[in-house]
Every structure is written in C-alpha cells, then in structure tokens.
Design a protein around this ligand. Structure first.
Ligand SMILES: Cc1cc2nc3c(=O)[nH]c(=O)nc-3n(C[C@H](O)[C@H](O)[C@H](O)COP(=O)(O)OP(=O)(O)OC[C@H]3O[C@@H](n4cnc5c(N)ncnc54)[C@H](O)[C@@H]3O)c2cc1C
Length: 415
C-alpha cells in the first residue's frame, strides 16, 4: 500500500497526520524545510471560538485604508504592481460585506468549537504533552470610545450566537490583572477562549507522530505531481518521486503554488506578523488583545509573548523593524509599568499567516480530484482551528460523514 502524502508540516499538516494515524493510515509528511521554524511555532497560541468574524469584514476596508498610511499600523497592504495581489484584493473587497460575514459565522464558530473540544481531549489523552492549555478566556482591552463601541457591539453579536461574553469595567480589569496597571476604558472577556504555548504543542506533536511511525521527509520541496485522470499517483520533489495513495495539501502561505501545479486556483497571500518574548515583569496574568493595535499578549508564567501586525506580503519573509516597533510601543501604552525591552533582531520571530481573500479556510477535496484534499488558509486562526481541520480531513479521507458542515470552506470557491 502506498502512503498518504501530506505536503506541509505546519500545525495543520501535523494535526491531519495525527487523526490519520489514529485511523491506521500510513502517512508521510513532506516539507521543504527542516521544520525547526514555521508559522506554527512562534505565534500567539490563542484558541479563539470568539473570533467568528472573518478578516474580510465591512469595517476592515475603511480601517485598512487609514492604516495603510502608517508603517506601525496593525494591518498593511504594501501597494505594488503584482497581478496575484490585485486579484486577491479584489476578492477580499468583494467578500467584505454583511451577507458574506453572516454566512461565514456558523462555519467559523463550529470549526473553532470542534477544535477547542479536541484540544481538551488531547490534553486528557496526552497529559505528558505540556501543551498547557490555559482555559482562562481572552480579554479584548480597549482605550478609545470608538473601539469600545465596536467591541461591545461585537460582544452582543457573540452572545446572539451562543458565546459567553462579559463586559468589564476598569475596576473589573484590576481584579483580572492584579499585578500591574492595564490602562483601558474597559474590556470584553470571552471566557470560552483559551491559550497555549504553540512551540511546546508543535514540538510534542512532531515527536509523538515520529514515535507512532509517521515518516517525515525534511528539506524536500514539492515541485509537481504525476497525475492520471482524477488522481494524483505520485508527488515529484527535488529529492525524487514519491508514490502516493492520497495527497493532502497543507502548505500554508505556499498552498496557492501547489494548487497551481494541479491546475486549480487557490488565492492565498502571506499575512506577515511578528512576535517576541519578554520576561513577564510585573506579571501579566490574562491572555489579552490590545485591540486598537491588535497586539496579542500571551502570558506563560515567567515569560510573556507579544505578537501582532498583519502585512499582506505574498511570501516575503524579511523583517520590517518599524512594524515590530508598533507592537513594542503598544506594550507600555497599555501596561505603563511593564518592564519592556526592545528585542534584538535574533529574538524577533516572524511568520506568514496563510490568508484566503474571504477569511475562511479551504477544507475539502480539491476540484477535479478524487484523491487530493486541501487544508489551508486559516489566516490568524490556524492554531485555533487545526485540530478540527485535521479531524475533518481524516474523515473525508476515510469517506466518513464529517463532524461539522464544511460547505463554507469549499476549496474550489474561487476556481
Ligand atoms: C504573529 C502571529 C500570531 C498568530 N497568532 C495566532 C493565534 O493566536 N491563534 C491562532 O489560531 N493562529 C495564530 N496565528 C496564525 C497561525 O500561526 C497560522 O494560521 C498557522 O500556523 C498556519 O499553519 P499551517 O500549517 O497552515 O502553515 P505553516 O505553519 O506555514 O506550514 C506550512 C508548511 O508547508 C511547507 N511547504 C509549503 N510549500 C511546500 C512545498 N512546495 N514543498 C514542501 N513543503 C512546503 C512549509 O515549509 C511549511 O512548513 C498567528 C500568526 C502570526 C504570524
């Protein structure tokens, strides 16, 4: 029997392998890197069923245009002559409407809730995993009246969809964050959210899969496919040809290029972001988003990670220090007493979020193929949604009914 080949060993590829090996499927993961660092290792690790609004939402267009004039802003599309970027922006603008957002909400919510439940199961099944899922919710802190209005409106919307949301006053915030001042007009707390250490999760999962017999081919770049009719028979790499029973495309921001090799369209842009770790002094306790700057704060006891900015960057991986400064400056703007130190360049982590233009992932069979599945495009929610995605892909692989409805994630929706 030939193995199932998973292209891409990010968190989506690993969770797909996890659920496939549970079904007794022989799996090989092929990655063009040594898997020491990708978008799945240094992100903010937030598990966010509360994030039911896709990136492509009506408010983002007016905000995005304003933000484009600031090099330290949370969202940035560098204007340049690039056909792929122009096509992606056109689809983004088209998707950023009320009707599309309403249609997306149940799909995003159900995938996130499934994933959170799977993380809880995972923690029980693997107590040794040190994924340290911290189930203390996520706080959205705001300083301005306009953002307060938006966040409170969003809290009401989330409640309408059955999610818990608590509106906190500055007094309430002091109880949540007793060790230092958090300068905010208020906050919304989503108690159903959680956070974890993505590097610890990733390291555990990779080791576990290796021990379970999943084969990893490192430094092996996929360059093409051998096809016959509706099937892919082999994956062609720079290290040679690998026979395949089935193929899963989990290539993150590069998935569009893999789709192109197979003759279908999968619009995708890398959304570059940065993070850095600081000594947690005085200790921040609550996972928080500093909403005006969209900076994520993920505390892990003695350390805390700050992460943010979204620069629609294609697959350019250079570090733009001005954007890192934007994250850094927001720390003391919100936590005036925090002992923040600007990180050295080698302490700055960067990652490319795989962004589809409508903000929904691609999950399901590739158009025109009976043995190719896709799991990609999770944008800023790839950690949050990876277990659910892996489970659904394993179900499709095994021709089973899926645990949740997946029409909203149709792979060929832009084909
Ligand atoms: C600053 C920042 C903060 C974030 N915070 C959060 C958060 O709090 N919560 C959350 O849920 N998400 C968060 N994210 C998003 C999350 O990190 C991503 O959605 C997720 O890591 C994407 O995983 P992936 O497996 O799809 O892609 P990746 O991790 O990018 O993996 C894709 C892999 O495919 C391989 N590949 C690509 N093409 C080929 C090829 N041709 N041949 C072989 N291999 C190939 C690549 O080498 C790579 O290893 C954040 C991201 C950033 C940048």
């Amino acid at each position: 029997m030939k193995p199932t080949i998973i292209i891409g060993g990010g968190i989506v590829g690993l969770f797909s392998a996890y659920f496939l090996q549970k079904e007794g499927i022989e799996v090989t993961i092929v990655d063009r890197t040594d898997l020491k660092d990708n978008c799945s290792t240094g992100n903010a690790g937030m598990i966010v069923p509360s994030h039911i609004i896709p990136l492509a939402a009506p408010g983002m267009i007016s905000k995005g245009i304003g933000w484009m004039f600031s090099s330290k802003s949370p969202f940035y599309i560098h204007p340049r002559l690039d056909y792929k970027l122009a096509q992606w922006c056109m689809l983004f603008f088209k998707a950023a409407n009320e009707k599309q957002v309403k249609r997306s909400i149940p799909f995003l919510k159900n995938l996130s809730l499934l994933s959170k439940a799977l993380y809880q199961e995972f923690k029980v099944e693997h107590p040794e995993s040190a994924i340290a899922l911290v189930e203390k919710g996520l706080m959205m802190a705001y300083q301005t009246e306009s953002v307060e209005k938006e966040e409170i409106e969003f809290a009401h919307l989330a409640r309408k969809y059955g999610l818990e949301a608590e509106i906190l006053t500055p007094e309430d915030i002091k109880k949540v964050e007793p060790n230092l001042e958090l300068k905010a007009r208020g906050a919304v707390l989503f108690p159903g959210d959680a956070h974890l250490d993505p590097g610890a999760l990733y390291g555990f999962l990779k080791k576990y899969l290796e021990e379970k017999g999943v084969k990893f081919l490192y430094n092996t770049q996929v360059l093409g496919f051998e096809k016959s009719g509706q099937k892919v028979n082999a994956v062609i790499t720079d290290q040679g040809k690998i026979e395949a029973e089935k193929v899963l495309l989990c290539g993150g921001s590069w998935s569009g290029e893999l789709a192109k090799m197979l003759g279908f369209s999968l619009p995708m842009m890398g959304g570059k972001g940065y993070s850095f770790i600081q000594e947690n002094k005085p200790e921040i306790r609550q996972a928080t988003i500093l909403t005006e700057m969209k900076v994520a704060v993920s505390p892990y006891g003695d350390e805390v990670r700050f992460g943010g900015t979204m620069e629609i960057a294609g697959t350019n991986q250079s570090i733009n220090l001005n954007r890192v400064k934007g994250i850094f400056e927001s720390i003391n703007r919100f936590y005036p007493d925090f002992e923040a130190k600007f990180p050295n360049e080698n302490q700055i982590w960067k990652g490319l979020r795989p962004c589809s233009p409508d903000g929904l992932p691609y999950i399901g069979f590739a158009p025109g193929y009976s043995n190719v599945l896709v799991g990609s495009g999770h944008s800023m929610m790839g950690i949050s949604m990876a277990p659910g995605t892996g489970k659904v892909l394993a179900e499709l692989h095994q021709k089973k009914d899926t645990a949740i409805e997946i029409q909203g994630f149709e792979v060929g929706r832009f084909d």
